[in-house]
Design a protein around this ligand. Sequence first.
Ligand code: ADP
Ligand code: TRP
Length: 325
Amino acid sequence: MSRILTGIQSSGRPHLGNILGAIKPAIDLSKQPGNESFLFIADLHSLTTIKDGDQRREFIRAVAATWLAFGLDTEKNTFWRQSRVAEHTELCWYLNCFTPFPMLNNATSFKEKSDKYSAVNAGLFVYPVLQAADILLYDAEIIPVGKDQRQHIEMTRDIASAFNHQYNDEVFVLPEARIDDRLMTIPGIDGQKMSKSYNNYIDLFLPENELWKVIKKIKSDSTPLEEPKNPDTDITFQLYSLLASDEQVAEMRRLYEGGNYGYGMAKKALYELILDRFATERERFNYYMHENPDALEAELQAGEEKARAVAKQTIQRVREKLGFN
Ligand code: ADP
Ligand code: TRP
């Protein structure tokens, strides 16, 4: 049995890149028989950048609804909001006192963020310590994350080792990052990496007319309609290939290379494919977001209970070592 844990910041509505690059792979991993997954919404981490309460509520709900829409089994796994389990912040404080200042000061993500934001708050500085608390609280063994998070998992291991060493006991499990190099970077509608920060993303859950407006904006070259087109350099084709069956992709390639097939037609095909492929997910997202928000809340509250039960045991173990019990 492997214990897998990962957190997703609630810093926006998840887009196609987040879904194919992080959410779907984590759900697939959670379905493997030997695995038990702890998946949480890192809403405390989002406070380092987002201050508006209404916006936060909206993003938390949208992130939760996305995981449920994509079929996360909340009976088998544990799914919760970080902010509702106070042990995360409690452990974060304890760990702060075992974290060398230079380690945080040299962290790549902190350097990048402090260059990007004009006002740098202390939350950004101790961000990796809260992340270490998230992981160590649940004795997690495997942490599936993107490449940019490798250093944070290394820091978690360092902090846990320092603590274990101080008390000469295996208080914390040392986690390992799992970085799947096969996962590809999903391109945005302008061809750069799809990202909230570049405003080039596809939100799968938009109403049909708005979704079509976004798809229509996908960048293409100016090859005239009647001429053959190169599918391998075209963003619409790349996105289509990520979602279509092998036969559909082969047929689309034939259309591109045959001429008399315009980019507008390809975009229409992509739009229809999205509606078809994600019909169930769109419906379920809508159900949790709009038709029955109480069902969403009930799922999260049940998850919080399960998470808290595990977190309390770890905190007890830690308090004992520290002399706070
Ligand atoms: P964003 O760039 O939109 O702010 P985040 O940095 O919050 O996205 O990423 C959340 C998760 O989604 C991470 O695990 C990240 O690796 C994944 N992800 C984000 N954008 C993409 C993309 N374009 N392709 C693949 N995975 C992505
Ligand atoms: N920092 C992670 C990110 O931005 C989110 C996160 C918070 C996380 N706590 C975590 C990821 C614990 C893995 C484990 O993607």
